[in-house]
Design a protein around this ligand. Structure first.
Ligand SMILES: Cc1ncc(COP(=O)(O)O)c(C=O)c1O
Length: 379
């Protein structure tokens, strides 16, 4: 791509948070400062733990005339290929303390269950995973291969969660759920604290002050966990921009109204992990005041971005990025090509941007399909 060629990518929607008021103490209170500190201590002690790479997207920063663009590559997170490995597995360890008589249970669309299964396998615990009729057999097999007993439930995710809660009550299983509800907050907080490990690592990987961070959101666990990490580990607070699929912009709509809004998802986004209709209770307590801007994007440029990352358009090394790893890049490009938005976000040649590459080819078949589609668009 030449220096003058433009991408022509756009946001579907962009809003400012009129309730912005970033307070480190308040954020750390919600997540639990002790949890944040403990998560790094515990996870960094696990066998095969390695800091995931922070890749400089030099070619893209040159093209967009920004100082640095850092991409946290979670495709290298243990062998689970997604940041999710940090959440569920850490919660399993904290809740069970490795007691082998414990059985853990969760309902999942895939990636969280993979983390819980792995966490249970690491400690030699029994694990029950509840999935809806919409979760693929390939995803179920991954969890079976991690030693879990996978139970398929008729209906959607809500139905699988209901069945998980019912069976767990009857059998005395410990529920390890990443979403919170009234009276169930401890595990979601631990999960978020697990995600803050990404930020702790980044604070050791660069001495550049991050000026902007783009955070993807589904129910908001990843974004709020990262924000807790920022509150704890970053000296300066960057501008925080939340990115969601246009068909599932539950954080954007909630921030706009100042209270939780439930979205009726009419069309599922390719960004499956982010196709969520309601922000979770605990993350909301952080997100409502800590984010500056919320944006939404369509699925249009995902395949192309996956191909561009793999074909070294943005960096000097190939990057394996799944569908949920692309929205930060797409948003940054959309913002940089629009003078108004660029000014609003205060993006300049002094900006150091942080993007979270949430996942690699966690779903190998979907990755191959999107990569091939994207390569065709490049030609
Ligand atoms: C694979 C994957 N699943 C899910 C999510 C959403 O996480 P959460 O539901 O915690 O907001 C993301 C990123 O935001 C993701 O990359």
């Amino acid at each position: 791509m030449s220096d003058t060629e433009v991408f022509g990518w756009k946001f579907s929607k962009l809003i400012n948070n009129k309730n912005y008021d970033f307070k480190r103490d308040k954020i750390l209170d919600v997540c639990g400062e002790d949890n944040v500190l403990d998560a790094y201590e515990v996870i960094s002690g696990w066998q095969n733990y390695n800091t995931t790479p922070l890749i400089n997207l030099e070619k893209l920063s040159k093209k967009l005339k920004l100082n640095n663009i850092f991409y946290k590559d979670e495709s290298k997170r243990f062998h689970l290929k997604s940041f999710k490995a940090l959440g569920g597995a850490y919660a399993v360890q904290k809740i069970t303390q490795g007691d082998k008589s414990t059985t853990v249970a969760t309902a999942t669309a895939g990636n969280h269950g993979r983390s819980v299964s792995w966490g249970a396998q690491r400690l030699g615990l029994n694990c029950k995973i509840f999935i809806s009729e919409f979760v693929s057999e390939a995803r179920a097999d991954v969890m079976r291969n991690l030693g879990a007993d996978v139970i398929r439930v008729k209906g959607n995710y809500e139905a699988s969660l209901k069945e998980c809660i019912k069976q767990s009550k009857i059998n005395g299983w410990e529920i390890i759920q990443d979403v919170a509800w009234e009276g169930y907050e401890k595990v979601p907080k631990l999960t978020m604290a697990g995600y803050s490990v990404m930020i702790k690592e980044i604070s050791n990987q660069t001495d550049k002050y991050i000026t902007h961070v783009f955070l993807q959101a589904g129910v908001g666990g990843m974004a709020s966990g990262a924000i807790a990490g920022i509150a704890k580990y970053f000296k300066r607070i960057p501008k925080i921009i939340i990115v969601e699929p246009e068909t599932a912009d539950c954080v954007l709509q909630s921030v706009e109204k100042g209270e939780i809004q439930k979205i009726d998802i009419k069309k599922e986004s390719i960004m499956g992990g982010m196709s969520c209709g309601e922000v979770s209770l605990v993350p909301w307590r952080i997100l409502k005041n800590a984010v500056n801007i919320c944006v939404s994007i369509s699925d249009d440029n995902i395949a192309k971005t996956i191909a561009m990352l793999e074909k070294k358009y943005f960096s000097n090394e190939p990057i394996i990025a799944g569908e949920c790893a692309t929205p930060g890049i797409i948003s940054l490009i959309a913002a940089s090509e629009n003078e108004n938005i660029k000014n609003k976000l205060e993006l300049s040649d002094e900006s150091n941007i942080l993007l979270i590459g949430c996942e690699g080819d966690a779903d190998e078949n979907l990755y191959k399909k999107l990569l091939n589609e994207g390569i065709k668009e490049l030609i």
